[in-house]
Design a protein around this ligand. Structure first.
Ligand SMILES: [Zn+2]
Ligand SMILES: [Zn+2]
Length: 398
């Protein structure tokens, strides 16, 4: 039954292929800003401004188009004056590879560049701005915002596949808003076009170029589990030497999110952390929040000298105090910590940074430096998964 439902899900996603949409995604832009006035400038090539299938204006390279919400309609202006008011407009590149700059004027925002088509609708009280963009360019725009600069082609490939897998399994997240994904962390942070240097993130032209290359060279590749279901490809900064089982962090068991020993990240930047807290505060916390008996000598000793040589899900097994809760309450960098006593202080020595489930980013960086390829990196962190082209998946499910 599950496999059948999975097949249906894929057919539903790939079904859009026949309408020519599988290679494009619709991304809601400026969804938090809720703009009432924007400016658009073509950066590469000229654009046709279209409404109701009629071309109303030809916007030349570096021309400015102002769009404001007036009486529930879009008012369009260029430097030559008013173009008119419309219910919606579509900006389509006249050449094959158009790009434009978009800036929110009310409220004020920084300009960002985007590729391909832009749709603007009346979103009641604000303009609804949707970028209809080639999926590889979208993937590159997400990798650009999620991965550090100058990390190399192989690491960008790892993240391009993770990003594409996530995008395809979350295609219906914004169905009610008439687009597929938003540009915020809620879906995946999308930083726009990735074909130039970015002074804001410090991304060089060469790095941008590598990111785009990684997206194109892995085009169509996604990660699936043994039932051909797209995986939840979670990742974190540094696992401290061992990743977590998904159920120990999210109560959700996934066969491919298993704890693995990771020798690659242990010398990296986020491998270790330390905090000191007073003994009274530490013991008081366990007594108050978890009803832990600190009056009992043996229990008290266990709480002060807690050790993890390999990753444990619980702080204390007999009471099932989950380490993820202790981490959240103390805002620790990870759940992978041990404690010892120094005077009236408890020294908390931790390893890693982040939830610890799935791919360890710093481990993956180290693997790339040691010449390990993206397929082996993905297989190391995601247990028993397969890398498959979404097109061949369609063939298998026919
Ligand atoms: Zn979203
Ligand atoms: Zn690691």
């Amino acid at each position: 039954m599950r496999t059948f439902l999975t097949a249906l899900l894929f057919i539903a996603i790939i079904g859009s292929d026949a309408q020519g949409r599988s290679s494009e995604v619709e991304i809601g832009l400026l969804t938090q800003a809720k703009p009432t006035k924007i400016i658009i400038t073509p950066l590469r090539g000229d654009y046709s401004v279209v409404s109701n299938d009629s071309v109303i204006y030809s916007l030349k390279n570096h021309d400015l188009l102002h769009i404001s919400l007036k009486d529930q309609k879009l008012e369009l202006r260029t430097l030559n004056g008013l173009l008119g008011t419309f219910l919606n407009v579509r900006l389509i590149p006249q050449g094959e590879d158009g790009a434009f700059k978009l800036k929110s004027v009310i409220p004020y925002g920084h300009a960002k560049s985007y590729d391909d088509i832009l749709n603007i609708n009346n979103g009641s009280k604000c303009l609804q701005v949707i970028n209809e963009v080639n999926i590889d360019k979208y993937v590159a725009g997400v990798v650009k915002s999620e991965v550090g600069t100058n990390e190399g082609l192989e690491l960008y490939k790892v993240h391009a596949i993770i990003c594409r897998t996530y995008a395809l399994s979350n295609f219906r997240k914004h169905e009610e808003e008439d687009y597929q994904l938003c540009d915020k962390v809620h879906c995946q942070a999308f930083a726009g076009s990735c074909d130039q240097a970015d002074p804001v993130t410090g991304l060089s032209y060469a790095a941008s170029n590598d990111i785009l290359k990684a997206a194109v060279q892995t085009a169509g590749l996604v990660l699936v589990d043994t039932t051909l279901e797209l995986i939840t490809a979670s990742f974190h900064s540094n696992c401290g030497g061992q990743t977590c089982n998904s159920e120990d962090v999210w109560m959700l068991s996934k066969i491919y999110l298993r704890s693995v020993k990771d020798p690659y990240c242990v010398q990296r930047k986020n491998a270790r952390w330390e905090r000191k807290v007073s003994q009274a505060k530490w013991l008081g916390y366990f007594e108050r929040v978890h009803g832990y008996k600190v009056s009992d000598e043996q229990s008290r000793e266990r709480a002060l000298n807690f050790t993890q040589t390999s990753r444990a899900p619980y702080f204390q097994n007999n009471q099932k105090i989950m380490l993820k809760d202790v981490r959240a309450d103390w805002r620790f960098r990870s759940t992978f910590f041990s404690t010892s006593v120094s005077g009236d202080q408890v020294v908390v020595q931790g390893r890693g940074f982040g939830h610890g489930v799935g791919l360890c980013q710093e481990g993956a960086m180290e693997m790339v430096l040691r010449g390990i390829g993206y397929k082996d990196i993905l297989n190391f962190y995601y247990t028993g998964v397969a890398l498959i082209d979404i097109a061949s998946l369609r063939f298998l499910l026919r």
